[in-house]
Design a protein. Structure first.
Length: 568
């Protein structure tokens, strides 16, 4: 048995003990994870510095502060998230319990990425723990130093059987994908995502794929260009451009291009000094392979700003490309680096057409002071998320789902969305064994009358809240009572047996049969027919708790929808 298979088997056995389902246990594990993030900042920062030359302040800013926020949110709201969720009722279920019960899926595989290895690996893990799952954690081997930190330190804080860390490269990942999981959460590129989906299909395992794409950034003439370019420069060159939601390219009017270039150039200098290579806040390309890939993308493009590079250090300076054509090499794939192409369009219409002719991106950025234009671009395009007048910040909003669409991914997470994504939302309907007569409309022999009542109750799906439902029932009761009164105006009395007219008479009580439900109830003759609480309803031991509505001597129990004829 391989190391990977053993880890999955241990996680499965640990899950089957049921301990991860306890809300108290989930909270304990989440708090332990929070303690890890706070106590191991030094080790986390050192690993990221070696992998990406991330600055000491950059680690909490781009990774751990967001994780702390996510964990705190989950701890505060877990009881509410995991509680049964009542749903609206129809006329058919008005007296039943109808709700959604979130339940754990089982064992989740979390495959992380190297660009923000803590945020995109531990983020999904938070949702998995909160939902009560076991989780096998597979950090990216590309960020090898961070992967080692996870392997060594996470088991000191988390249940190592429920949440094992499995390190390694392609071979180890392939071995993991041979195992059966209840959900696979992958962050990375589309090529690997297709391999993961193929492996998952063998076990019908659902997947969440957080991918990327070429996220467009449209700059309208009607905007503060200085502020827009400042925010774009920050969003593009943070983490050396290695961000899945970084603005991939700019679309703007030809008359704006020169000023856009100058403004971005000014902000590069402000953020990263005259020599970004020496700036501690400017990182490096992850490895030689990606360095060479990025340099190849520059072929055929005109460099307006930057372009400096040094292969031995995996350094590429912040770069702006001007007059880029749609068929340029840099426009054929996600850049994932510090290269920013500018393409010119004559109008918002042309920008929308350009965006829609390509795969759906993970993010769409719009810079404009015209709210109608912003709403128009949102309405006429499609993307995983939209952010107007800023970059990247929607990732930090835990009340929004984060995820892609089409080629940019499927599924979502963050906050409650991560909890729901890694839960089975189980539909629950609890009926009673009483009032069996209500079901007669569905039982054979089927008749036109039964079909009529079924049509009424099935199609009248109205949700007015609890008070509204009571009012609706009262009106319905009056309606049914009038119908019954017309059908039983001249009843026959034959001893104590039911007759087609629907009545039984005798003694000091009478019993009426509802043609709709074939249900009987008794009402003492001494009681006057007015809408007050009356004893005798068989559905409740201590009498009907709600109102009787009486019309022309026919009384209908508002709560039970059963009828009685008052013969006083």
């Amino acid at each position: 048995m391989s190391r990977e298979q053993k880890a999955v088997d241990r996680a499965r056995k640990a899950f089957l003990t049921g301990r991860s389902k306890s809300l108290e246990y989930r909270v304990t594990q989440l708090k332990n994870l929070l303690r890890f993030v706070r106590e191991r900042q030094t080790e986390v920062s050192e690993g990221l510095k070696k992998d990406l030359r991330r600055s000491e302040c950059g680690t909490p800013l781009f990774e751990t502060l967001g994780l702390e926020s996510e964990i705190n949110l989950a701890v505060r709201n877990l009881k509410q998230w995991a509680a049964p969720r009542p749903v609206s009722k129809s006329m058919m279920t008005i007296s039943d319990q109808v709700y959604i019960q979130p339940e754990p899926l089982g064992v989740v595989l979390v495959i992380g990425a190297w660009n923000y290895p803590w945020a995109v690996t531990i983020g999904p893990l938070i949702g998995a723990i909160a939902a009560g799952n076991a989780a096998v954690i597979k950090p990216s081997e590309v960020s090898s130093h961070t992967s080692k930190v996870m392997e060594d330190l996470l088991p000191l804080y988390l249940d190592k059987e429920l949440y094992p860390v499995v390190t390694g490269g392609v071979t180890e990942t392939q071995e993991l994908l041979k195992q059966r999981f209840d959900h696979i959460f992958y962050t990375g590129n589309g090529t690997v995502a297709k391999i993961i989906m193929e492996a998952a299909a063998k076990h019908l395992t659902p997947t969440t794929l957080e991918l990327g794409g070429k996220s467009p950034c449209y700059i309208d003439k009607n905007c503060d260009l200085s502020v827009a370019c400042r925010r774009i420069a920050w969003g593009k060159y943070s983490n050396c451009g290695q961000t899945c939601i970084a603005p991939d390219y700019i679309l703007c009017d030809p008359s704006m291009q020169d000023r856009v270039i100058e403004e971005i150039k000014k902000n590069i200098k402000e953020f990263y000094t005259e020599d970004p290579k020496k700036c501690l806040d400017y990182g490096r390309i992850i490895n030689q392979r990606h360095f060479k890939r990025l340099m190849a993308l520059l072929e055929g493009s005109t460099i307006a700003v930057g372009g400096e590079n040094e292969e031995s250090e995996c350094y590429i300076g912040p770069t702006v490309l001007r007059d880029v054509k749609p068929d340029a090499k840099v426009m054929q794939e996600e850049i994932f680096g510090p290269l920013l192409p500018i393409l010119t369009v004559s109008s918002a219409d042309e920008a929308i057409k350009f965006i829609n002719q390509r795969e759906k991106p993970l993010a769409l950025y719009i810079f404009s002071s015209d709210n109608k234009l912003i709403k128009r671009l949102i309405a006429e395009t499609s993307s995983g998320g939209v952010l107007a007048n800023d970059c990247l910040m929607h990732f930090s909003v835990t009340s929004l789902p984060f995820g892609g669409v089409g080629n940019s991914g499927m599924g979502h997470y963050h906050g409650k969305y991560g909890f729901d994504n890694l839960s089975h939302l189980r539909g629950c309907l609890i009926k009673q064994l009483k009032m069996e007569g209500v079901n007669n409309m569905r039982y054979p022999p089927h008749t036109a009358d039964k079909l009529g009542w079924a049509r009424f109750f099935i199609l009248k799906h109205v949700d007015f809240g609890s008070l509204g439902r009571m009012a609706l029932l009262a009106l319905m009761a009056v309606f049914v009572a009038v119908i019954l009164q017309s059908r039983t105006r001249n009843p026959k009395v034959v001893g104590s047996s039911l007759v087609p007219a629907g009545l039984v008479g005798g003694g000091s009580e009478c019993t009426a049969l509802s043609p709709a439900f074939n249900t009987t109830t008794e009402v003492p003759l001494s009681k006057a027919p007015n809408p007050q609480l009356l004893p005798g309803c068989r559905s409740k031991k201590n009498g009907c708790p709600l109102l009787w509505v009486c019309v022309h001597g026919v009384c209908v129990c508002v709560h039970c929808c059963v009828c009685a004829l008052w013969m006083g």
